[in-house]
Design a protein around this ligand. Structure first.
Ligand code: HEC
Length: 111
């Protein structure tokens, strides 16, 4: 019981924390109907295709956002870049995305 409670406290909630930032900065291009670069981020399971679980530094979904604005491949391409706090949410989610509560992985980013 205690282990489960602690795991839930530590887990980043996809729907509450990750989806809003993807929606604001990425969904415009990475959505059904456009799917820029072959990637959509409207569900956690789709977004996870650009994630190496537990390894944000090797996950395009994270590393692309950490490139200097204006550099080739930087996301979002037209800026503004993610804030440090948003980057940290994304990073923390990837660290635990494979261990987090399963329910958060199938929710859609749409509200
Ligand atoms: C204005 C449109 C636009 C926005 C907004 C945008 N992207 Fe992209 N993205 C693209 C395009 C076009 C490509 C394909 C060209 C390339 O790879 O650079 C791409 C490619 C990518 C790729 C590589 C896909 C792969 O599987 O290799 C990743 C990862 C990515 N974007 C992440 C993001 C993230 C995360 C955000 C939000 C922080 C974002 N993008 C916002 C247009 C956009």
């Amino acid at each position: 019981m205690i282990t489960i409670a602690v795991a839930l406290l530590l887990a980043v909630d996809f729907e509450k924390q990750v989806a809003p930032l993807l929606e604001r900065s990425c969904l415009e291009c990475h959505r059904p109907g456009l799917i820029a670069g072959g990637l959509r981020v409207d569900t956690a399971s789709d977004a996870l295709k650009a994630v190496r679980p537990g390894r944000p530094q090797e996950s395009p979904l994270y590393t692309r956002t950490q490139l200097a604005a204006g550099k080739t491949g930087a996301m979002p391409p037209g800026g503004p870049p993610l804030t440090a706090a948003q980057s940290e949410v994304l990073r923390a989610w990837m660290l635990r995305a494979h261990t987090g509560p399963r329910v958060s992985l199938s929710r859609t980013a749409k509200r």
